[in-house]
Design a protein around this ligand. Structure first.
Ligand SMILES: NC(=O)c1ccc[n+]([C@@H]2O[C@H](COP(=O)([O-])OP(=O)(O)OC[C@H]3O[C@@H](n4cnc5c(N)ncnc54)[C@H](OP(=O)(O)O)[C@@H]3O)[C@@H](O)[C@H]2O)c1
Length: 310
């Protein structure tokens, strides 16, 4: 039997339970993955408590592991594969588990450059960052502003922007300015005086877009002040402001975003395999300690990615 975490009621992390489950044998077009690490994202917690959720809700959208079984005549997203091959998979349902059976096209050969905890956290943040970059319309030499550049989405964005020659002024807390610099951004602290610091950091260049990875009033207000074209102010947090402010919200639950994000998985895996995309992991936890891990995840300052290890 496998074991997996579920949200069993609307009360958030307190109502999560680790239950025995069956990972069915894979049919054609499916594989079973023995999980070595489950990636963690704030969406795991947010989605399990959203209005209308039908309990129990399986938790977790991405994993890294090895193929335990493969259906007949089945290839994975990156091509031919065999039992024992190491893979990374996104977007899965119920990734906080020891073993799961999934459509094979969601799995890709794991880049050997990444550990399992890193690989398990590559694709959700990476695909979100890729969509932000695309929707920003930024071209080589342009300057963009990224709020919460020290976060998981921010760090991936910084690296993907650097590959394309796009300059990023990125905000972070005082302790994490070096993280922004390490991944190629011009670091500024969030808080009072943000607009002036951003203008100074841009050194006369206009901000062609502002990308919001935190959703604070400060992030939104400063974006509105610094970027004229509201179609190029894009948030991944504040859906409530789309109508009032005319800014753009993107999210993996929206059809167009899901299609775009599915389409960039192979490129992100390739970028990581070439050593151009790192995934800094702050901490791993035993799978049984998912609740404690989720508390740190939702603190707003996890300091890097978190992973659950069966
Ligand atoms: N819509 C989507 O498709 C989508 C996809 C992925 C994520 N998200 C959402 O995007 C957000 C970020 O996700 P993540 O995985 O990158 O989170 P994360 O790794 O937990 O990072 C959180 C970030 O927020 C920053 N932060 C905390 N308080 C701040 C403040 N007052 N002002 C500015 N920045 C502040 C932190 O900076 P310091 O630690 O340096 O202080 C850190 O950079 C979450 O709300 C998540 O649910 C949405």
């Amino acid at each position: 039997m496998a074991q997996a975490w579920f949200a069993t009621g609307p009360g958030g992390i307190a109502e999560w339970e680790f239950r025995e489950v069956e990972a069915p044998a894979p049919v054609a077009g499916e594989i079973t993955i023995r999980v070595h690490a489950a990636g963690m994202n704030p969406a795991d917690v947010k989605h399990s408590a959203r209005p209308g959720a039908e309990f129990p809700v399986p938790l977790g959208y991405e994993v890294s592991g090895e193929i335990a079984a493969i259906g007949p005549d089945t290839v994975i997203g990156s091509g031919a594969a065999s039992v024992g091959d190491e893979v990374v998979a996104f977007r899965v349902t119920g990734g906080y588990t020891t073993e799961l059976t999934i459509p094979a096209d969601k799995a890709f050969a794991k880049p050997s450059t990444l550990t399992h905890p890193e690989a398990a956290n590559l694709l959700l943040a990476g695909a979100t960052a890729a969509e932000l970059l695309e929707r920003s319309g930024a071209q080589r030499g342009d300057t963009v502003l990224f709020h919460a550049a020290s976060g998981a989405v921010g760090v991936s964005f910084l690296q993907q922007a650097a590959v394309r020659g796009i300059r990023v002024v990125g905000t972070a807390g005082a302790r994490n300015l070096d993280t922004v610099r390490r991944y190629g951004g011009v670091a500024i602290e969030y808080g009072d005086g943000l607009v002036e610091r951003a203008r100074d950091a841009a050194a006369g260049a206009p901000f062609v877009a502002a990308l919001d990875g935190v959703g604070t009033d400060e992030a939104i207000a400063s974006s509105l002040e610094l970027v004229e074209d509201r179609a190029r102010i894009i948030t991944i947090v504040r859906a409530d402001l789309v109508e009032a402010e005319g800014i753009v919200m993107i999210g993996g639950m929206k059809k167009a975003s899901a299609v775009f994000r599915d389409g960039v998985r192979a490129d992100l895996v390739d970028l990581a395999a070439r050593g151009r995309l790192e995934v800094p992991v702050a901490r791993t936890y035993p799978m049984t300690e998912a609740k404690a891990a989720a508390d740190l995840l939702m603190s707003g300052h996890p300091g890097g990615k978190l992973a659950l290890l069966p």
